[in-house]
Write a protein that binds this ligand. Sequence first.
Ligand code: APR
Length: 392
Amino acid sequence: MVSNHTETSVVVIGGGVSGLTLATLLRKSGVACAVLERRDRAYVEVRQRAGVVEARAVRMFERWGLADKLLGGPVAQTIDYRVNGVGRIFNLGGDNAAQGRFCTQQMLVNNLLRELIDGMGGDVRFSVADVTIQNDGDGRPRVGYSDSQGSHAIVCDYIVGCDGDRGVSRASIPDGVLTSYSHEFGYAWLAALVEAPVTGHPIMGVSDHGFVAQLPRGPQRSRYYLQCALSDGPEDWPDTRIWDEIRLRLDDDRIENAVVHDKDFVPLRSVVHAPMQYRNLFLAGDAAHLVPPTGAKGMNLALYDVDVLAEALLSAVRDQNRTALDRYSDTVLPHIWTYQDFSVWMTDTMHDAGDPALHGEFRRRTARARLDTLFDSPAAAGLHTDYQRGVV
Ligand code: APR
């Protein structure tokens, strides 16, 4: 077994969208950085994840001079809010500068891998295992890991945990330091990737039979989301039931069965772990917070975290000024809570307005009134647009 010791300024644990974005921003600014990812590159390239880059994040990439390298072209943003098959189109348009760019999470991750590794020669170490963190305030932090060559240690100044909800970073923080705030919605989504494109607008569908959504995933495919029970699994949802429920919930018999490529079951929950830092370890993205997918904010909150963190690390490393780094958690948490609130609003509204068996007829009527307000009140529509763009 070979044992190697190296040194760098920042070690990023996790090479998902948070870790790769942070490493790209740091590398572009000349800060030495290594990423440790437990999967191999091919796995990360094809992994399906939800979310499209919102307008605020487009501006962030523009500010860092990376938008044209990483993002696609402008996209007309509309949502078809359907109630029992009756559609109303909500337009998120407006001035071009605030428009989103069509870039799914998977496209962004692929572009980041190409830019960071192939373009900038960034240090991303795939297929690592047994990551350990030494961050006891006694000397410089140290991250250990093993790979097919043996065991290694990297001495560094800062560690960033971008390793998702089940990673090692947050788990390495002693008990009692973090407080976890969480909310369970009591139901799940079945996410089905299908060989059928969105033909009109992306759909968020309220129905007496439960929530349904259809969102674009490229020119030939889309993903349907169907509200289901927390205990449901693939055996409860053969392909024929998926298509029957889609037709029922969208009240549209013209929809034809198509190939279902994969099915995933996602319990809807919201979590925040605070503070998002301990000594020289900082948490970003899913390692620090989870949102239900209804508001499409998971990836965009992760991008917000690493934007703030990259600026703070830059001041600490380049100017020896730790002020922004020490304030990182206090800076990002108000934004996280604002979008936790939006995600709860979207989730409650879209589900309560549907099946009355969920929360009763009274909640169904208040949720439908909330949806109507988006179309009746320019003030409510303006606020909703700002939330969707991420600029509240
Ligand atoms: N060691 C090294 N890498 C690890 C470890 C570990 N012990 N544990 C997890 N990882 C890696 C995973 O393989 C994954 O590549 O960390 C990465 C975490 O990536 P994501 O789960 O995508 O989390 P993040 O980068 O924070 O992305 C934000 O918001 O709501 C979501 O879907 C959205 O995935 C998106 C996320």
